[in-house]
Design a protein around this ligand. Structure first.
Ligand code: SAM
Length: 256
């Protein structure tokens, strides 16, 4: 990485932005039920768990109450994680020297996709799992937007994704690339699931998408013009809208 290059959370999607907690809350509302379904068979009473890039801590909360044991939360910004009994670690997981210890289950959702060093971080995260424990990763796959019947939504989603890739190095198709790395790490009992929520106009996923677009609005408007961006936002607010945006790919495996 070049010195001074922008990173996820520096400016775009910063926790300093008052709208960021709402954006993450809408995302959690949509994707938490899928995550809990994937995690449920892997968490045992007493499992020591770790949620990496924990955001608002909704998955960490579920992990802690499911295991009844300690849950460690790691994030560069822990302002939304206090006072709930987690062990909080404020850290940058791209730091090669960072090591939070060993866990029965390590989980990261929508985190690796935003890191330029995602492959190196994934290899280090795998070492945080104790032998016999589980690594569970979820990231996005742009399954729906590129083929949407609404041109304004299609173009705005494509541009938002391209801008994020250009500015922070995010990869909105990171989940699509998962089948290879977990096998290369020697993990066994590998599972792979794709969950595809429907966008209902004005619903939680539409709200998440609108706040994601609003966070990048000046650049989107500069490149596409205000009409296209506003048409896309109106489409997402329209209660008649039913469409597909990102899918969530979850992959899990057991450390040998
Ligand atoms: C898109 S949010 C996902 C939050 C949560 N995992 C969820 O799915 O609800 C990404 C989270 O990862 C954190 N994050 C981003 N880069 C990080 C880094 N280098 N080290 C630690 N945390 C990071 C952000 O602060 C943010 O809370």
């Amino acid at each position: 990485m070049e010195r001074g290059e922008e990173r996820y959370g520096d400016r775009l999607y910063s926790h300093e932005n008052p709208a960021e907690a709402d954006r993450l809350g809408a995302m959690a509302q949509v994707f938490d039920p899928y995550s809990f379904e994937r995690l449920r068979p892997l968490v045992r009473p007493g499992s020591r768990t770790c949620d990496v890039g924990a955001g608002l801590g909704t998955v960490a909360q579920w992990l802690m109450s499911s295991s009844g044991a300690e849950t460690v939360v790691i994030d560069t910004d822990v302002r939304n994680l206090g006072g709930r009994g987690f062990k909080e670690i404020q850290a940058d997981i791209t730091d090669p020297a960072f090591d939070p210890g060993r866990f029965d289950l390590v989980h990261a959702r929508f985190v690796l996709m935003h890191l330029r060093e995602r492959e190196a971080v994934l290899r280090r995260m795998a070492t945080w799992v104790r032998p016999g424990g589980w690594l569970v990763l979820s990231d996005s796959w742009e399954l729906g937007a590129p083929t949407s019947p609404c041109a304004a939504y299609r173009e705005t989603a494509a541009k938002a994704s391209e801008l994020a890739t250009r500015t922070t190095g995010s990869d909105f198709n990171a989940g699509r690339r998962y089948p290879r790395p977990m096998a290369e790490l020697g993990f066994s009992e590998i599972g792979f699931a794709v969950d595809v929520p429907v966008i209902e106009g004005g619903g939680a996923l539409a709200r998440f998408w609108v706040s994601t677009a609003n966070a990048a609005r000046p650049a989107l408007v500069r490149e596409l013009g205000p009409e296209t961006v506003d048409d896309a936002l109106a489409y997402l607010a329209d209660p008649e809208t039913r469409d597909i945006g990102i899918a969530m790919v979850t992959m899990w495996g057991r450390r040998p």
